[in-house]
Each structure stands twice: as structure tokens, then as C-alpha cells.
Design a protein. Sequence first.
Length: 133
Amino acid sequence: VSSAVASAKYTKDIAHNIVSMEENSSPWVYKQYEIFRTMIIRLYKVISEVIDGKYSNEMLTKIFVLVQDIKQVDSVFLQSLTKELTKEKMKKFDLSDVLHINRYVYLSSLSFVDAIKQMFLKEEEKRVFDQLR
């Protein structure tokens, strides 16, 4: 339960930053907003399936793939940020907001997955999940 609460708090803390990202005139910042938004939607869809009782053996695989995707999106974001910074086109305000949102989306997503793992996976599945992660 504490992981779910942490995830919700992370999301609440950045709500205004997400709105400013969506309204930002920089194409790069807006693209990052769309990437973050897509990841959160995918996360909530998988979690919704679990909560709705559509849990199956395949769900463990879906959750594991989602965690790998969350980590991949984070890695791609950092690479993209590095390229954008070398172009020196990003404003300090944009940089601060984008970094802040990225960290919170990343941490919120992983906290939410951990909450689902704790609430819905069997002990054996938790061990397998932790080993694969």
C-alpha cells in the first residue's frame, strides 16, 4: 500500500509541471511530454487489468516487460537530453522541469509496479519477478 501511496504522491507533486510541459512551445519538450504520457497510460492499462481481476500467468510477463520499457524510456530520455543540451537550445527552466518530471514519472511508475507486485503476485511469482528485474 505504501508503494501505491508513494506513486500517487509523485504524480500529484508534478501535475503542474506536466501541464506546463504540455503547453511548452519547444518541440523537444512537448515530445518528452508525449513519451511520458504514453508510458503512464500503458502502465495504468496493465495495472487496471490486474485490478479488474484479469490476472493470468501472462500478466507477470506483461508487468516485467513494462518495467523493462520504463527503464528503456528513462535511458532514451537521458540520451536525448544529452543531445539536446549539446545543441544548447534548452532553457534552464525547461531543463529543470523536464528532469524533475522524468525522475518522478520513473519513480512513480516503478512504485506503482511494486505495489501491484506486493498486492497481487504470489510469493513464487514475486521471487521470479525480483530475479528477472
